[in-house]
Write a protein that binds this ligand. Structure first.
Ligand code: ATP
Ligand code: MG
Length: 408
């Protein structure tokens, strides 16, 4: 007997008790969903791990897909064989030969989980290790810093042999930690904020404010494409398209040019909060990064953030632009984000936006609009269009996605 498996290890191992069970059930469901295109696969769950039997399906393609499933800490290609010593030796040798590039040093680790097995772990280390060494020129033993650790696990139903682990995306399975509304502009930052939230187990619904006809149809298409890209990681994404033109035009009449961005952001949050309530979301996610632009100083964040009682999550707040761009490239949103179409905020950008707006002044300006502001907020919510987007096909993954890179 010899068959091919993938051993999937789950992340966030500190989760205990009932949450652990939920984590694992969600994990298994999402791995199956991500690999739905490969019907011959078979699944077997044991405590804290999932075994996927390949049954002839292509390992490389499946590995590529698995790297994007949240909640996976790592995974390994595993060969399962019988208990005969010679069979185990040959399988171990095969595992090393499967590796590209061939390792220069290795360490042998045999674990005898099935205690009835006649040789103990120490003996097996020698018996299997020596065979691999004899048959692989150039390979040496290094117990401290080996290129690979060749592992053999003897279980009652068979022997599992594997030689390396690939890093997974980590985090939590999607939806494990509830739902949030993501303010999705057409820029570089907010899609990254969305991906990071999803990786933390948040289900995301995206909200985009547009000022059609001042903003183009292409600007809207761009956001749809970005949301679809996020759907690649989550199966489905709902995108709420909010008509912002009237509100924005009204706010522009305040005569306080330098405060317009602050006023717009506050209105955006009011609308997002109402949509969150409607959709059962408990937080709002933005792509704010401290100090990046006038609306993202601490002073601005303070005045803007006071508009809502919901937690405002800003996953990028402490990150450098270059770090954000690297992730954008890795997740396949960067190419779309840098397309030049204007969004609603770039339309009204004042020459010198306030970097430290005063809350009292802002509240006074808003009070001057009276109920007009509430009415426009309500109208925008009522006029919101909701799209349900599913992932684009796997082959649509942009070329930049293929670049092998660690997560950060
Ligand atoms: P991004 O690259 O995400 O557009 P940015 O650096 O351009 O961010 P801002 O334009 O100041 O920064 O926007 C800050 C955050 O406000 C965005 O990350 C996004 O979450 C939200 N936001 C801005 N404009 C819009 C919009 N038109 N629709 C939805 N959310 C928006
Ligand atoms: Mg922007």
């Amino acid at each position: 007997m010899r068959d091919d498996w993938i051993l999937v290890r789950f992340g966030e191992l500190t989760i205990k008790g009932r949450n652990r069970g939920r984590f694992e059930d969600l994990m298994v469901r999402q791995v199956k969903q991500a690999l739905a295109a490969y019907p011959a696969l078979a699944y077997r769950k044991t405590f804290g791990r999932l075994y996927v039997e390949l049954n002839g399906e292509p390992y490389e393609e499946i590995a590529f897909r698995l790297k994007d499933v949240f909640g996976i800490a790592s995974f390994s290609r595993v060969i399962r064989c019988g208990h005969e010593l010679q069979e185990i030796r040959e399988t171990a040798l095969q595992a090393i030969r499967n590796m590209d590039p061939t390792p220069r040093t290795f360490k042998m680790t045999v674990r005898r989980a099935w205690k009835a097995y006649p040789h103990d772990s120490q003996e097996m280390n020698h018996l299997v290790g020596a065979h691999v060494l004899r048959n692989t020129p150039e390979l040496k033993v290094d117990v401290h810093h080996p290129d690979v650790e060749l592992k053999v696990e003897i279980q009652p139903e068979g022997t599992y042999v594997y030689a390396s682990a690939e890093e997974g995306a980590g985090g939590f399975p999607l939806g494990m930690n509830g739902k949030a509304m993501l303010l999705l502009s057409g820029g570089i930052d907010s899609p990254v904020a969305g991906w990071m939230s999803m990786r933390k187990g948040l289900e995301i619904e995206a909200v985009h404010f547009h000022s059609y006809p001042f903003t183009s149809e292409q600007a809207k298409e761009k956001v749809v494409t970005l949301a679809q890209r996020l759907a690649y990681y989550g199966g489905t994404i709902r995108l709420h398209l909010v008509p912002f033109t009237e509100l924005q035009t009204k706010l522009a009449q305040s005569g306080q040019e330098h405060l317009i961005i602050t006023l717009m952001r506050r209105s955006m949050l009011r609308i997002a909060e109402k949509l969150a309530e409607r959709r059962g979301a408990l937080a709002i996610v933005t792509g704010d990064s401290l100090g990046q632009v006038a609306s993202q100083t601490l002073g601005s964040m303070n005045v803007i953030g006071r508009t809502t009682d919901l937690p405002l999550l800003r996953p990028l707040v402490m990150m450098d632009k270059l770090e954000i761009i690297r992730i954008a490239e890795r997740i396949g949103t960067y190419g779309t984000s840098i397309l030049p179409y204007e969004d609603c905020c770039t339309l009204f950008v004042p020459k010198s936006p306030a970097t430290n707006p005063n809350l009292r002044i802002i509240e006074r300006v808003e009070a001057q609009f009276g109920q007009e502001l509430d009415r426009l907020v309500e109208e925008a919510v009522q006029g919101t269009e909701m799209l349900t987007l599913t992932e684009t096909s796997r082959s649509d993954a942009p070329a930049e996605k293929a670049k092998e890179d660690s997560w950060f």
